[in-house]
Design a protein around this ligand. Structure first.
Ligand code: SF4
Length: 342
C-alpha cells in the first residue's frame, strides 16, 4: 500500500427523488441513499464497506464507478474530479475501475461462450487483438482465476456458481484495472464456496497490487480480506478503522451489535459473548431520524443523541466513529468476546 490516495470521496450525497402524479410528476420526497460520506482509498489498499441492506453501500459503489451521478459532493480518482471527466475521456477512466457483481447467474450472458464473455472488454475498449492473441489472453486470465483454460468454448450454464463468479473475476481483470469494486461477491454462493472466492480475491489483490473495495452486509466476510473497514448506517459512515482495531475495539454501538452477531466457532467463547439484538427495523431512508440516525435502536441513546448529530472523530483506541457515547473497552470486549471472530 502506498501513502497516496487513489480515490478521495468528500461529502458525497445521493438522493433519489420520489415523484407523484402521472403528468406533472411533482417531487414529494427523496430517498436519502447516501448522505454526506467522506473517505479515502489508498493505492493497493483493500477497504471493506459493511452495513445492512439499504444503508447506501451499493449506491456508493455505483457513484464511484460513475454509473450514477451524485446529488452533491466530490469523487476524485488519481486527483481528477470524476464528475468533470469529459465524455471522450470516459472510456479510459472506466478501464481503471472494474466491478464484480453479486449474482454470477444473471451477470453473464447465457448465449455467449466463456471465452467471448471474458474477451468482451477488449472489444468495448477498442483493444482489438487478433483471434489467436485474444484467445491466449483469455486463457491466461482463466488460468489466473483457477478455471481450466480448455473450457474456453463452454457456456455459463456448464459451470457451477463458484466457477461463474471466477468468470466474472476474470472479466473484471481483463483490462488490468487499478481498482476493483466487488459488490457482495459471495452472498449468492453456497457457504462452502464463499471462502474459495474470497481467498481468490485476496490473493489477486496482493499479487497484482490491486486496490479493492469489498462491499458486504456481514462483518465476518471482510475480516480477513480488508486492511480497513467502514461501517455504514442509513446513508452515513458511522465508524471507520483498520480491521484489527475495528474487530477488537469497536466504538460505535452499531458496529458492536454487528460484531456480536458474527458466528464464533468455539461454544465456550460464544457463551461469554453478549449477543446484542437490535430492536426495531432500519428506519426508512426517505425520512431518517434526526440527529444520530441510530438513536431509535441504540441501547446507549441519551437526550443529546436526539438533539445533535455526532461527527466522525478519532476515539480512544484508534477508531474513527460518529457517536456521543462510544463503547467503553469493557462494553466492546463483551460484544466481541474474542479477539478472533470467524
Ligand atoms: Fe447511540 Fe447516541 Fe452514539 Fe447515536 S450518538 S450511536 S444514539 S450513543
Amino acid at each position: 500500500m502506498s501513502g497516496e490516495p487513489l480515490v478521495e470521496v468528500r461529502d458525497l450525497v445521493k438522493h433519489f427523488p420520489i415523484n407523484r402524479g402521472i403528468i406533472l410528476q411533482k417531487q414529494v420526497g427523496a430517498v436519502h441513499a447516501v448522505d454526506g460520506v467522506s473517505f479515502d482509498v489508498m493505492r493497493g489498499e483493500s477497504l471493506g464497506i459493511v452495513g445492512e441492506t439499504g444503508c447506501g453501500k451499493s449506491t456508493t459503489a455505483r457513484l464511484l464507478m460513475r454509473l450514477l451521478d451524485p446529488t452533491s459532493g466530490v469523487i476524485r480518482f488519481e486527483g481528477k474530479d470524476v464528475a468533470k471527466i469529459p465524455r471522450r475521456a470516459f472510456k479510459p477512466f472506466r478501464r481503471e475501475i472494474q466491478m464484480i457483481f453479486q449474482d454470477p447467474y444473471s451477470s453473464l450472458n447465457p448465449r455467449k461462450t466463456v471465452g467471448a464473455i471474458i474477451a468482451e472488454p477488449f472489444a468495448i475498449h477498442g483493444l482489438n487483438k487478433g483471434k489467436g492473441e485474444r484467445r491466449r489472453a483469455v486463457q491466461e486470465l482463466m488460468d489466473l482465476v483457477g478455471l481450466n483454460p480448455e473450457h474456453y468454448n463452454r457456456y455459463p450454464h456448464e459451470f457451477s456458481g463458484g466457477q461463474r463468479q471466477r468468470i466474472g473475476v476474470a472479466r473484471a481483470l481483463a483490462l488490468q484495472p487499478k481498482m476493483i469494486i466487488a459488490d457482495e461477491p459471495v452472498s449468492a454462493l453456497d457457504v462452502s464456496i464463499q471462502a474459495q472466492i474470497l481467498n481468490l480475491l485476496r490473493d489477486l489483490q496482493r499479487d497484482l497490487g490491486l486496490t479493492l473495495i469489498l462491499i458486504a452486509h456481514d462483518l465476518s466476510v471482510v475480516r480477513h480480506m480488508c486492511d480497513r473497514v467502514a461501517v455504514m448506517y442509513l446513508g452515513k459512515i458511522v465508524e471507520i478503522a483498520d480491521s484489527d482495531t475495528l474487530y477488537r475495539h469497536p466504538r460505535h454501538p452499531y458496529t458492536g451489535a454487528l460484531l456480536s452477531a458474527v458466528p464464533v466457532p468455539d461454544p465456550e467463547l460464544a457463551s461469554r459473548r453478549r449477543r446484542q439484538v437490535l430492536g426495531g427495523d432500519v428506519p426508512s431512508p426517505t425520512n431518517p431520524p434526526p440527529a444520530c440516525r441510530f438513536h431509535p435502536r441504540c441501547p446507549k441513546a441519551q437526550d443529546l443523541c436526539h438533539q445533535q448529530e455526532p461527527l466522525l472523530e478519532q476515539k480512544p483506541g484508534g477508531s474513527v466513529a460518529a457517536c456521543h457515547f462510544p463503547l467503553s473497552d469493557a462494553e466492546a470486549a463483551e460484544r466481541v468476546a474474542t479477539a478472533e471472530p470467524v
